[in-house]
Write a protein that binds this ligand. Structure first.
Ligand SMILES: [Fe+2]
Length: 144
């Protein structure tokens, strides 16, 4: 398997909520920076640094998203929170990988593809979109 992991924000990922969409762009940028660091054979130190940046922003973004849900009394908060915890666990697994990282392996590629890229796209298109719609309806009751 060739190591060819990339992630970019595209219009399919728009939820319609400005705050959420802006933060998703930043999150995806940081994932890409991490992938690039792994891919370019940059030093392990650099890859770990990029993962730190990703970890930091993930925590910020999830907290913000959960605050938005809290504010509007979104009913699916619990389930959504569990999903976020799932992704945070994946980041911890990536740290473990980097500990003895000698370059990308098939296993690493599969993990990133499935648990980072596919996971995030799926999460945005279902869970986050549903939050954005709920907020929109709450803020525009007269449009209904
Ligand atoms: Fe989310």
């Amino acid at each position: 398997m060739t190591y060819d992991l990339n992630i970019t924000f595209d219009d399919n990922l728009i939820t319609g909520n400005k705050t959420i969409d802006t933060q998703h762009k930043e999150l995806i940028d940081r994932i890409q920076n991490f992938l690039t660091a792994c891919q370019n054979g940059d030093s392990k130190v650099k890859a770990i640094k990029m993962l730190d940046y990703l970890d930091e922003y993930t925590n910020f973004h999830f907290k913000e998203e959960e605050k938005l849900q809290e504010n509007v009394g979104y009913p699916g908060r619990e389930t959504h929170h569990e999903k976020h915890e799932e992704f945070k666990k994946t980041i911890q697994v990536l740290y473990e990988y980097l500990n003895d990282y000698e370059g990308p392996t098939d296993q690493f590629s599969e993990l990133v593809q499935k648990n980072v890229i596919d996971w995030l796209f799926g999460h945005i298109k279902t869970n986050d979109r549903s939050v954005a719609e709920f907020i929109f309806i709450r803020e525009n009751p007269d449009l209904l």
